[in-house]
Design a protein around this ligand. Structure first.
Ligand code: CU
Length: 491
């Protein structure tokens, strides 16, 4: 069937109008108390016809309250859109409904689904859909193969309740998924899920761009990285920060929260965890069995889970893939901001902080010969050489071998306007550590630099090394400078 977006819209309006007049909506009142326990209990009358409400993540359509199966019409439009994958970084996403993940579909067990897949005329590629909720060849993939500017329709009965992934299955399948073509469909059991206060939709995916993490501009898909399963980004809901800061999920203390969590992959499995919360209930792998009191639940690529918990105390819960380099270096972080009354019984916060001396510590004496005498630099060249070793041991893991830093996480030390503007400030940072937001070469960073135990001589050496490398301004930081300044600049 030829598809033009305007025609599709008018059809939706027509169906809505018919529903409104009752022409295609049958006996909603008469059958309300009738229970259909199994697939074999066929109603006497034609089932109700319902146009499915689809939602953009992180929102979820309202729970299904009807007692009977219905004929549900789902209309999903594929579009290929350029959006930000990270600040200043664009990517051409292929989407189900304009978002990554695609729109959330909510139906009920034994519903008859009439599924319309429309591929926008501006698309460059054919697409289809494989719903894991479908019993039938390819999950509907062949039946829904749709060229740009076309619409296909296929029908299925939702036999098994659960939370299921759907995805595009057009070759090369991995690439279509890596470009964002996945989402979730919930098939509610008869009687529905127990009521909760908040429901959200979160889905992980791995992305492969030619440029490094954070490299600006329109980034093409990198097939080589995809084949090696080395993603540049691992994300919840399709972009860095999609669910943090102002976009964070919200709840109030005392509320029960249900997360519908999917993993589109295409390659990684997710160790899904909420920092600061225990999942009271998990429906592992999206089935209907329940595990209680879960810390981390494994979500396979092409799989899902439902996680539920009551939020007891205010604060920000951090949702992560507990393979934590993905979280802190590749973007896999979401946030749930909980507001409300403190509950000191549940969490009292820090109640004491004091000096700790292990038992008998003050009776011990340091063996005199143990501490090697540190080398002392006599000139600039020696200082730079000694500083190189200090850098390799203490700084390189975050700021990298060439001082280039890691975009979005650790600021560069190379050609750093922040360092070159103020040597005293730099001494203070190394001596005392740094917390909070700073701007380096136009980029904002908000990570923590720990206070590292370095002598004044080591601080002088490492800073002199940094200032004399990678396009920085040169000069010498002396031990005297460090001793003088570190006491005046206190963080
Ligand atoms: Cu596709």
């Amino acid at each position: 069937m030829k598809y033009s977006p305007i025609k599709g819209l008018s059809r939706t309006l027509l169906a809505a109008a018919l529903l409104g007049t009752g022409i295609i909506s049958c006996n909603t009142n008469q059958n309300q108390n009738v229970k259909y326990a199994t697939i074999n209990d066929v109603p006497d009358k034609e089932p109700e016809v319902i146009e499915a409400v689809l939602t953009t993540p992180p929102m979820v359509p309202p729970p299904i309250t009807r007692k009977n199966p219905a004929k549900v019409i789902v209309r999903l439009e594929v579009t290929e859109v350029v959006k930000e994958i990270a600040e200043g970084v664009n990517y051409t996403f292929w989407t189900f409904g304009g978002s990554v993940p695609g729109k959330f579909i909510r139906i009920r067990q034994n519903d008859d689904v009439e599924f319309h897949l429309m591929n926008h005329p501006d698309s460059k590629n054919p697409h289809n859909i494989d719903l894991h909720a479908v019993t039938g060849p390819g999950g509907g993939a062949n039946a829904s193969f749709t060229a740009p500017g076309h619409e296909t329709v296929f029908n299925f009965k939702a036999l098994n309740p659960g939370l299921y992934v759907y995805h595009c299955a057009t070759a090369p399948v991995g690439m279509h998924i890596a470009n964002g073509m996945y989402g979730l469909i919930l098939v509610e059991p008869e009687g529905g899920l127990p009521p909760v206060d908040k429901e959200y939709y979160v889905m992980q995916g791995d992305f492969y761009t030619k440029g490094k993490f954070g490299e600006a501009g329109l980034q093409p898909f990198d097939m080589e990285k995809a084949l090696d399963e080395h993603p540049t980004y691992v994300l919840f809901n399709g972009s860095v920060g999609a669910l943090t800061g102002d976009n964070a999920l919200t709840a109030k203390t005392g509320e029960r929260v249900r997360l519908f969590v999917g993993n589109g992959g295409p390659s990684l499995i997710s160790s899904f965890h909420a920092i600061g919360e225990i999942f009271d209930k998990v429906y592992p792998e999206g089935g209907l069995n329940i595990n209680n009191n879960v810390q981390t639940t494994l979500i396979p690529a092409g799989g899902a889970a439902i996680a539920e918990f009551k939020v007891e105390v205010p604060g920000s819960l951090i949702l992560v893939d507990h393979s934590l380099f993905r979280t802190f270096n590749k973007g896999a972080m979401a946030m749930l901001k909980v507001e409300g009354q403190e509950n000191k019984e549940v969490f009292a916060g820090q109640t004491s902080s004091k000096i700790y001396l292990p038992e008998g510590a003050n009776a011990q004496e340091m063996p005199s010969a143990v501490k090697p005498v540190a080398s002392v630099a006599n000139n600039l060249e020696q200082r730079v050489n000694l500083g190189k070793a200090v850098y390799a041991q203490n700084c390189q893991a975050c700021h990298q071998a060439e001082g280039q830093g890691i975009a979005g996480a650790f600021p560069p030390l190379a050609k750093s306007d922040y360092l070159n503007a103020d040597v005293s400030r730099a001494i203070g940072v190394v001596a005392h550590g740094l917390e909070g937001q700073i701007k380096v070469n136009g980029q904002v960073y908000n990570s923590t630099m720990p206070k590292i135990k370095l002598s004044d001589e080591e601080i002088a050496n490492v800073l002199t090394y940094v200032y004399n490398n990678w396009g920085n301004k040169g000069g010498e930081v002396t031990t005297k400078d460090v001793a003088r300044i570190k006491t005046t600049i206190v963080h």
